[in-house]
Ligand binder design. Structure first.
Ligand code: TEU
Ligand code: CA
Length: 619
């Protein structure tokens, strides 16, 4: 690929050859539910950019093409692999476990999970085979977005405990040979943070420039939309000044162009690293560099749901800021970082995580969470064939300098298990299939609390049961736009983050009368056999290097089948999966192999794979 400047007359192929063009075009096709074969087709790749609209049957405004071309021109060089092997790192070998502290374990019966509750479960986690914990935010917060709205970065949320509790947790985690990473939420703070309070009340405050505060106009400075419904601008303080908030009104965006802010953030990160924290998960970290505050393109807004996103999804100083953070805060402590990067595709991911870039270690990509053409609030059945194609693409093309994260669930999504299979009789098998893939593919597995118990979505019966700010705002917006309450609630039920935020049903703890999801907690039951399967799979993965760093090769890619090899010079594994809820013929013939993980009900010699059946063979 040349360094030629792209123009409207450039071909789709030329655009696709740039890292951003590659990711954006892929994303557009995903959104439209199409295959990327469209672009790689030699005939299509010669078509000029200005024809995308025609090709996809969607009308794209002039702004769309201009934005695309500008973005592509901002980063023309794709990341090149420099190695033929993976550099060994603890975080590549580790199994992570995400804790959402509010609903993990309540030690004092007030209905809210807490730090002592986590301490209480450390043996359980160690026993499961977990090596590292990621805690969703535990900092002081008014909890408009359950801790993702931080009021004080150096204080522990009172409901969760004290700094002493936290230090005790950290010590105990380390004593057990495990590690702990925290959540770093630095795209925004709470509007109750001292910086913001000072900024909004005092014109001369040095903190005014820490945010995007606009004083003069009587209407919002631009047309950007918030991820949590409505405009991304709100009015604050006595003078009703405008400030940017990409998330809730109580989460005001920080202005990373301000060097003072960046120094303060580095300092705060070092504060925790000095305590011995092993790293951070970085909340929406790809949004920190806001380009211009110009209006967002309406077509892009419609396509991705959020007007303005092209100005900050991959902002002009993103790499610079991340490199700076790496140098000033992470590197001196050899700390680990995983960025939450919604909307980032593989080529951008390489530029963020490539070893020689010295920015961040890993990212969470989200393109596998919905099958093409669907979004989180649709009620549909997830097609695992798509997951197979997605993961194969990353395994084959992400390169030796980069390492990926493997996950299906987190606190922002309904349970994948429910999306994959809604029939309770088949869910047990489906949960095992998901686990097998998670622990035998190449990458770092992140278990979300309750995955190992086979937790599913819950049929909430009224909007009153839903506490999440995103859901509440969306419900109001849907009803406001004329949708019936019933239909609006159904929509919320499909996509609400609340599904992932109900108290974990520990066998030995009573349900607190204060738990807002008391009803749910009483009906959820942990699948303890599945927990045993997790233990077995994690132990297997840890025992064999081939399952971690080994090569990956697909053997069977027929519809509903995923058979792949993981191997190195010592061992070879074949993982044979039935991705569907129906039995299928043509199981891998394991002659010469030994079965190390077997069928749930069937017999090994069967050439029939039962619904979602998986077999792991070892040579
Ligand atoms: O999430 C960012 C994000 O873009 C989404 O996952 C978001 O929850 C939703 O899909 C927007 O439509 C992170 C956190 O994980 C989430 O819990 C926070 O609410 C959000 O940032 C703001 O801090
Ligand atoms: Ca508690």
């Amino acid at each position: 690929m040349g360094s030629k400047k792209l123009t409207m007359e450039s071909t789709l192929g030329e655009v696709y050859d740039t890292p951003i063009g590659h990711d954006v075009l892929k994303k557009v096709l995903l959104q439209l539910g199409a295959e990327d074969i469209l672009i790689t087709n030699p005939l299509v790749s010669k078509i000029p950019v200005s024809m995308i609209g025609k090709l996809t049957g969607h009308s794209m405004g002039q702004g769309f093409y201009e934005t695309l071309i500008n973005l592509c021109n901002s980063e023309k060089k794709a990341y090149k692999d420099t190695k033929h092997y993976y550099t060994p790192k603890w975080w590549k070998e580790a199994v992570f476990y995400q804790i959402y502290p509010r609903t993990f374990c309540d030690s004092n019966g007030d209905g809210v999970g807490d730090i002592q509750g986590i301490i209480k479960r450390l043996d359980y986690l160690k026993n499961l085979g977990v090596d590292a914990l990621w805690l969703s935010p535990i900092y002081d917060s008014p909890n408009d977005d359950n801790g993702y709205d931080i009021r004080d970065y150096r204080k522990i949320m009172t409901e969760f405990g004290t700094m002493e509790d936290f230090e005790e947790l950290l010590d105990k985690v380390h004593e057990k040979g495990m590690r702990l990473i925290m959540d770093l939420v630095v795209n925004h703070t709470s509007d109750e943070h001292e910086w913001f309070k000072d900024a909004i009340s005092d014109k001369g405050s040095k903190y005014r420039d820490y945010y995007f505060i606009k004083e003069n106009s009587d209407k919002a400075p631009n047309n950007w939309k918030s991820f949590f419904s409505g405009p991304a601008w709100g009015q604050y303080g006595e003078d009703e000044l405008w400030a940017l908030h990409l998330f809730s009104k109580k989460q005001v965006d920080l202005n990373w162009e301000n060097a003072g802010l960046r120094r303060d953030i580095e300092d705060m990160i070092r504060f925790w690293l000095k305590k011995g924290v092993d790293g951070f998960r970085m909340d929406v970290i790809n949004y920190i560099s806001k380009g211009s505050l110009k209006d967002g393109d309406e077509t892009i807004g419609k396509m991705f749901g959020f007007t303005g996103i092209e100005h900050y999804l991959y902002g002009p100083h993103l790499h610079e800021y991340l490199h700076e953070l790496h140098e000033e805060a992470f590197a001196p402590f050899d700390a680990f970082s995983v960025g939450e990067t919604p909307g980032v595709g593989m080529e951008m991911a390489k530029l963020l995580t490539g070893e020689s870039r010295e920015e961040i270690d890993m990212i969470f990509s989200f393109d596998h969470l919905e099958t093409p053409g669907h979004e989180r609030f649709d009620d549909y059945k997830y097609d695992l064939n798509y997951y197979r194609n997605y993961i194969t693409d990353w395994m084959e093309n992400y390169g030796n300098d980069c390492w990926m994260s493997l996950f299906y669930d987190n606190h922002d999504n309904p349970r994948m298990l429910s999306k994959v299979e809604s029939d309770p009789r088949k869910q047990q098998a489906a949960a095992r299939l998901l686990a097998v893939m998670q622990f035998t593919l190449r990458g770092t597995p992140f278990i979300f609390q309750g995955d190992e118990m086979g937790l599913k979505n819950y049929e909430f019966t009224s909007i009153e049961e839903i506490t999440d700010v995103e859901s509440k705002n969306k419900y109001a917006e849907l009803c406001g736009s004329g949708m019936s309450e019933e239909k609006a609630f159904k929509t919320i039920l499909s996509g609400t983050r609340e599904h992932a935020r109900v108290m974990i049903p520990w066998e030995d703890s009573a349900v607190s009368p204060h738990d807002p999801h008391r009803k749910v907690a009483m009906t959820q039951k942990a699948d303890l056999d599945l927990t045993e399967v997790y233990k077995k799979l994690i132990a297997l993965r840890k025992r064999y290097n081939a399952l971690c760093y080994g090569e990956f090769k697909v053997l069977n890619k027929r519809r509903d089948r995923f058979t792949y090899e993981r191997y190195d010079k010592n061992e070879k594994f074949v993982i044979d999966c039935n991705l569907s809820g129906t039995a299928t013929r043509g199981a891998f013939d394991g002659s010469g192999f030994k079965l190390v993980y077997g069928p749930l009900y069937g017999r090994v010699e069967d050439e029939v794979l039962l619904p979602y059946e998986v077999r792991i063979w070892k040579k």
